[in-house]
Design a protein. Structure first.
Length: 135
């Protein structure tokens, strides 16, 4: 029983080290926290189903859970900035539609689909950086 408890403690400690090290490394490379949050670590480790599940689950929870609870608790509601209407929401819709063909091609992301997603991601990141530098 002691080995199980010790193993669980070591698992928690080492998992924190892994995540902290990976986050520090990709932040050093200049990757935004959004990309880190989209579980690139899971994708690199070859666990694509975990990465896709985390992205979808995170988006569902953020929209329904966090935003919904915040809206209920906030006495005057939540103010949404204009940038969200003009940039973020259209991008989220475009990315969702971009993923549909990937999900319907046999459950496998092939090279051209992965390249298309990477190109879209780089383009969005560049547009986001350029638009923030103008203001």
């Amino acid at each position: 029983m002691g080995f199980i408890a010790g193993g669980l403690v070591l698992l928690v400690i080492s998992s924190r080290w892994l995540v902290d090290g990976a986050v520090s490394f990709v932040q050093y490379l200049g990757v935004s926290e959004l990309i880190i949050g989209l579980t690139i670590i899971a994708a690199i480790r070859g666990e694509q189903d975990i990465a896709v599940g985390n992205v979808v689950g995170s988006n569902i929870f953020n929209i329904m859970g966090v935003l919904g609870i915040a809206g209920v608790i906030a006495p005057a509601g939540i103010e949404v900035s204009e940038a969200i209407y003009h940039f973020d929401i259209p991008i989220m819709i475009a990315v969702a539609f971009d993923c549909l063909p990937i999900f319907f091609t046999g459950g496998t992301i092939n090279r051209w689909e992965g390249g298309a997603v990477d190109l879209l991601l780089c383009s969005l990141y560049a547009v986001s950086c350029l638009s923030r530098n103008r203001t």
